[in-house]
Design a protein around this ligand. Structure first.
Ligand code: BGC
Length: 420
């Protein structure tokens, strides 16, 4: 038998162990706020921890459970207000600018320059990581949100075909229902409702509509016949979810698809992290497909760590070492293999990645050229947090209400979009 070379995870762990004795005067501590507590997420977070420890520093875990990060952001605000910010926090998209404007983020441009981040990152990502031209955050990945996850066994039982349009989606949902399978695994939490809504908006309305309504917050697009159709289609999806959906965590919804209790889930590719952590193989045990009607589009969601201003020199050094390590090829590989996302660093070798990741990578590049690459509104990438939060609330009210018409929802959504 040939001796296998250690996996990237093992290599990082070995490095971390070796550094138990390499503690030097410069060893610092980095407290890291994140919300990665589900199976695949936790494995990815462990890779981050091992990477930092590999540099001889101490990791202080600050995990706040809750998919989508709404709870984590609430906790972060109170910590910063009380003058006790963590060293690094998972903050994304326009929120990075909001935090930078408060004057609490550190300038990590020296790290970015030394490591040549400008040449290693797609410009669409690099721009978001900078405030007034200086890097204030380090990106770890690119998640694609517009995915549909399906259980092929369940589809076979139902004699259904994995849908590529919303019409086909409801045909498949009916067939799954007749076969006694829950058609759609859903978790009734605001951010999950909004995630589904976003994919419906993209699939039903198309790329230009998505840009007008959910990026530019154009009042005309928000109150259009297309938006009414989007809302009606979105609400129709609810009819194919089960009665236990309210409040369910996203990873438990994914588990229903893994077990074949449910046929499909609309969710970003952190769901793949769950399938993979459960030992499932894409193409065999589960299927990844673009959400109906969205194969020529890509809603991106880039996780990043904002660095807060710190006083202690050793901790500043540790923080910068973390930022540098995050962009290394070794970290980008092991982290993203576990997280379900693709590396944010350009020109990486994807040999170890599965077909879903390879498709994601190809579509990321293709849609960047065709104009179909759009930021995810449900995951804080598209509009300021006040508007996104208010719109998310309206979408959930509509999802949960038996009385609100699509027209009413549309008006409420348009005024929520004006929130500042
Ligand atoms: C984050 C992912 C995370 C997911 C579920 C998203 O907003 O970008 O990293 O896995 O929420 O918690």
């Amino acid at each position: 038998m040939t001796k296998k070379s250690p996996t990237p995870t093992l290599r990082l762990l070995a490095l971390a162990a070796a550094c138990v004795v390499c503690g030097t005067a410069t060893a610092g501590e980095v407290e890291v706020l994140h919300w990665w507590t589900a199976g695949g997420e936790a494995k990815a977070a462990a890779a981050l921890k091992a990477t930092l420890q590999g540099k001889g520093h101490t990791w202080k875990d600050f995990a706040v459970a809750g998919g989508g990060g709404d709870s984590a952001m609430t906790v972060l605000k109170s910590r910063v207000v009380s003058g006790n910010a963590p060293a690094a926090a998972q903050i994304k998209g326009p929120s990075l600018q909001e935090w930078a404007r408060e004057g609490v983020l550190a300038n990590i441009d020296d790290v970015a320059k030394a490591e040549k981040w400008d040449t290693l990152l797609p410009p669409v990502v690099a721009d978001v990581m900078k405030y007034k031209g200086n890097y204030i955050a380090a990106p770890v990945n690119v998640h694609r949100v517009n995915w549909l996850w399906a259980n092929p066994e369940a589809f076979k039982k139902a004699g259904a075909k994995v849908p590529t349009s919303w019409d086909e989606f409801f045909v498949a949902a009916e067939a799954l229902k007749k076969a006694g399978i829950i058609p759609v695994a859903h978790g009734g939490q605001n951010w999950q409702d909004f995630t589904t809504f976003e994919s419906v908006a993209l699939g039903v309305g198309g790329n230009d509509f998505y840009k007008k309504a959910l990026m530019q917050l154009d009042q005309g697009a928000l109150k259009s016949a297309t938006m009414e159709k989007v809302l009606t289609t979105f609400k129709k999806v609810k009819g194919y979810t089960d009665k236990n959906a309210p409040g369910r965590d996203w990873n438990l919804a994914t588990a229903m698809v893994i077990k074949g209790e449910a046929g499909m889930q609309l969710m970003g590719d952190w769901a793949k992290g769950e399938f993979v952590a459960a030992g499932k193989v894409p193409g065999k045990d589960f299927v990844c497909a673009a959400a109906p009607g969205t194969s020529k589009a890509f809603t991106f969601n880039v996780d990043s760590f904002a660095m807060f201003k710190l006083k202690n020199d050793a901790n500043v050094k540790a923080q910068k070492d973390l930022a540098a390590a995050i962009m290394s090829t070794e970290f980008q590989e092991v982290f993203n293999l576990n997280k379900g996302s693709i590396p944010v660093r350009l020109n990486m070798n994807l040999a170890k990645f599965d077909d879903c990741a390879k498709l994601s990578s190809k579509d990321f590049v293709d849609t960047a050229k065709s104009g179909g690459l759009v930021p995810s509104i449900a995951h804080g990438m598209a509009v300021p947090s006040a508007a996104a939060g208010a719109m998310q609330d309206v979408v959930s009210q509509f999802w949960n209400s038996d009385k609100m018409s699509a027209k009413d929802a549309m008006d409420k959504l348009a005024s929520a979009a004006k929130s500042k």
